[in-house]
Design a protein around this ligand. Structure first.
Ligand code: ATP
Ligand code: MG
Length: 840
């Protein structure tokens, strides 16, 4: 426990001379007359401890310097040195060079212009003095230093100020300091946390966007990889297909190749068969002797044509005979007629004459009368008109009938009538049209006669397609046409020729004839000659017929033989046909097989090429994605679209995200750490508050116990307590409650001065147990007490003095008597002096 070893003063207030005052343990009393300078001693001690001038009963510091009084000069400076015990090494931390003296010196010196503190004789800052005192639990403003007249200050103080005394004692300020420090820390942490949270939110947003970009990039990566896999899977599929195709083609090819070789041998056999059969047939054909038969056939044909020729000659000659006979007959008839008529010219029919005479309307005239043949063609016209020359042309059938009836009624004979309206005129024959173009043919008879157009139908009817030729020679090649020569010879349609000499006016004809007249005998000779020739020819025909018969029989025999061999040949031929058919089929089949063989060979080569182009398998089978080509292609297309949608892609986002996430996590951890720190500080603040409250309450309770004890000792009974105005609130004011013996509870104000002092003293002393101050320096705290109370007080102080230094300024004898030591303070000539008093 620290204590004051010595006090040295020089020039301080009334202590002009250097005054050294040792202090000892126990109770020290300071006595002296009023104004001797006792309180100045008190002031000196508190002066060193740093009290201000006002607390030292001076307006200014310099007033603390000895002022000289009436007889002496004033001092230049005032200096006080306080020697404090360091046997507990309390002050060691403040000492230099590891010194550990038993005593330390605190001093303060002032001049008129300065105030300096010293520690161990060395100037030091005021703050250092404070720290040193605090280390020794000496509080310059505390309740161990009670200045004169201030003992009841504690009662006069406000409850809050009073409570602050307790605060001070139990070190609440330390809690508060810690709390303030914690709050400051909290504030710092909070502000850091706020900025960190803002940054964290910002980074979280960035992280999210990076995460999205990364997800896109990963998706892009995945899809791209899958594209590759899909493409390779397509290759794989194609390769499989090609392999399958190759296998199939190879199998088919070998299968077909075998069939081909089989079929080839079949074909070879068939070839052989066909060849053999053909040989056989060829041999048969040779046997059939085609040449001989052909010559025989030719021979037969030749005989037949000879017979036909002879027959033709016979017919011709017979016709000639008939013509000659007809001529003879005609000439005979004409001769007979001419003889009957007795004139030349045209013979007129009686009936025609009669009808013409009637002069009936509608009767036009005869053909002869109405036609005017061109010059030189009169004879030809007469012959051409033939029996129609006297036909009567009339207008109609009615006229004709009427005329016929007239002839009948009048028995005038017969006549032919040509009713114009009813006549049918056939078209000219093709034969005549051809004949007209021949040389020697002059034209159609109808074109060589003039007539009134009105009678055209009658002339057409009569002349029809009869042609006129220069001579009979010209008619040689004409058949099927009625022809008349200019001379009046007639070739009928059937081929009959009538002609010869014509009497009468047609002299010209007779003139042109080489033959002067018609020789019937000659004609008859000719006929017999012709007949002879005919018979000759018939004979020949007969002979040829016999020959034909012989040759025919020969041929028939030959044919029979041939047909026999033919029958055999037919069998062979059928065989050949079948064999050929078979061979043909076999060839066709072979061809087909070869075609498909080459097809499979092609397929094989194709598959091989495909396989080559597809390259080798580069992966495990599990690598390839299952699915048909179209499904895989669809997937590729789908992926392609998705990839396009993802673009543009930030591929760096994958790494960036990782790095950013790491940084973000670190930062977030820091934020979390800050939050934890914040919570811990808050918790600590709460704990500080709690401990502070607990400490305060405990302290207050303990002080109250002491207060009550000292009070009842001083008052010889009664009770007193210290209570908070708000019991739960340690920041509320402190109330002092006193129950004086036999008087009950009292308001402090209502107490007497002595009572007030006693209450205050009880309070001050009660604090000591907690204050643990090393000494009490009390300036006349007993001033208001009666002897009895002063005595009680000194008794109590005596008990305190056993533990700590107690220095008391007092006028009270009882107190002095109780002291272990006493100093007397005297003043002479304005200068105070101290004397040690002998108490015994
Ligand atoms: P009381 O018993 O009445 O309390 P005391 O012994 O305590 O008296 P102090 O108050 O110590 O008396 O001394 C007061 C005296 O000190 C005064 O008479 C005053 O003249 C003297 N004094 C005060 N300041 C100075 C100074 N600067 N120089 C000289 N003397 C001074
Ligand atoms: Mg005094």
């Amino acid at each position: 426990m620290t204590k004051i070893n010595k006090l040295v003063m020089k020039g301080f207030k009334s202590f002009q001379k250097k005054t050294v005052l040792p202090f000892f343990d126990g109770l020290t009393a300071v006595v002296g007359e009023n104004g001797a300078g006792k309180s100045n001693l008190f002031d000196a001690i508190t002066f060193v401890m740093g009290r201000r001038s006002s607390q030292l009963r001076a307006d200014r510091l310099e007033q603390l310097i000895f002022n000289g009084g009436d007889k002496r000069g004033p001092s230049d400076s005032a200096e006080v040195i306080l020697h404090l015990d360091n046997s507990d090494n309390v002050f060691d931390p403040f000492l230099e060079n590891g010194e550990a003296p038993l005593e330390v010196r605190l001093s303060r010196r002032i001049t008129h212009s300065s105030s300096t503190y010293y520690f161990m004789g060395k100037a030091c800052p005021r703050k250092m003095i404070d720290d040193i005192l605090e280390a020794a639990k000496i509080d310059p403003d505390g309740q161990q230093l009670i200045a004169q007249g201030s003992v009841t200050d504690v009662i006069k103080r406000s409850p809050i100020k009073r409570r602050e005394i307790i605060d001070e004692i139990c070190g609440i300020s330390a809690y508060d300091k810690r709390r303030e420090k914690a709050i400051a820390e909290l504030k710092q942490v909070k502000s850091r946390l706020n900025t960190h949270r803002v940054v964290l939110a910002e980074r979280r947003r960035r992280l999210l966007s990076l995460d999205k970009e990364r997800a896109d990039a990963l998706q892009f990566q995945r899809l791209t990889a899958e594209q590759g896999r899909l493409e390779e899977s397509i290759h794989h599929q194609k390769r499989n297909v090609a392999m399958e195709k190759l296998g199939r083609a190879q199998e088919k090819r070998s299968e077909i190749a075998e069939s081909v070789s089989q079929l080839e041998s079949t074909v070879k056999n068939l070839d052989l068969e066909v060849e053999n059969t053909e040989w056989a047939i060829e041999g048969m054909e040779e046997k059939m002797g085609g040449e001989a038969e052909i010559s025989l056939v030719k021979e037969v044909e030749q005989i037949r044509s000879q017979i036909t020729n002879r027959q033709g000659e016979i017919n011709f000659k017979r016709q000639q005979v008939r013509n000659l006979e007809e001529m003879i007959k005609e000439v005979a008839r004409i001769k007979a007629e001419e003889a009957a008529r007795g004139r030349t010219g045209t013979k007129r029919n009686r009936a025609v004459e009669a009808l013409l005479k009637r002069k009936r309307g509608g009767v036009y005239g005869t053909v002869e009368a109405l036609g005017r043949p061109h010059s030189g063609y009169e004879v030809a016209f007469d012959v051409a008109a033939g029996g129609h020359i006297n036909d009567l042309i009339v207008d109609s059938r009615e006229t004709a009938i009427e005329c016929i009836n007239y002839l009948k009624q009048n028995r005038l004979g017969r006549a032919r009538l040509l009713p114009l309206r009813q006549l049918l005129t056939p078209r000219k024959s093709l034969a005549s049209a051809d004949a007209v173009k021949l040389p020697g043919v002059i034209g159609y008879a109808i074109d060589l006669v003039d007539f009134d157009a009105k009678y055209k139908r009658a002339f057409e009817y009569v002349l029809y397609d009869t042609i006129i030729a220069e001579s009979l020679e010209a008619l040689q090649n004409i058949e099927g046409v009625r022809a008349v020569t200019v001379d009046g010879d007639l070739q009928s349609k059937g081929g009959a020729i009538t002609g010869g000499w014509r009497p009468g006016k047609k002299q010209k004809v007779a003139d042109t004839k080489k033959d002067g007249g018609f020789d019937t005998a000659e004609k008859r000779r000719k006929i017999s000659k012709l007949n002879k020739e005919i018979r000759q020819l018939e004979d020949e025909v007969h002979k040829l017929g016999a020959k034909l018969e012989t040759k025919g029989a020969e041929l028939a025999k030959k044919k029979e033989e041939t047909s026999l061999i033919k029958g055999q040949a037919t069998g062979k031929n059928e065989q050949l046909h079948t064999a050929r058919e078979k061979r043909r089929k076999a060839y066709r089949e072979l061809e087909n097989l070869r075609r498909s063989l080459s097809r499979y060979e092609r397929e094989e080569a194709q598959a091989k090429t495909e396989l080559e182009s597809l390259g080798k398998e580069g992966h495990d089978p599990s690598y390839y994605i299952e699915g048909t080509l179209s499904v895989l292609s669809q997937r590729i297309e789908k992926n392609r679209k998705q990839l396009r949608l993802l673009e543009p892609v930030n591929m760096r986002a994958i790494d960036e995200y990782e790095q950013y996430k790491k940084d973000f996590d670190l930062f977030r951890d820091r934020v979390h750490a800050l939050e934890r720190e914040k919570r811990e500080i808050e918790l600590m603040i709460g704990q500080i508050e709690k401990r502070k409250r607990e400490h305060f309450s405990n302290t207050l309770q303990a002080i109250t116990v002491q207060f009550n004890r000292i009070f009842s000792e001083l008052f010889q009974g009664g009770s007193a307590s210290l209570e908070l105005k708000e019991p739960a609130d340690i920041s509320s004011g402190l109330l002092i409650k006193a129950n004086l013996p036999d008087k009950g509870p009292h308001l402090l104000d209502s107490l007497s001065g002595g009572e007030k002092s006693l209450v205050a003293i009880a309070f001050i002393l009660a604090l000591q147990d907690y204050q643990k101050a090393p000494f009490f320096i009390l300036d006349e705290i007993d001033a208001a007490l009666d002897v009895l109370n002063a005595s009680r007080l000194s008794n109590i102080l005596q008990t305190y003095a056993k533990r700590i230094q107690v220095i008391i300024v007092s006028h009270n004898e009882e107190t002095i008597r109780q002291a272990n030591r006493a100093y007397g303070v005297t003043m002479s000539d304005g200068v105070s002096q101290v004397l040690a008093l002998n108490l015994n």
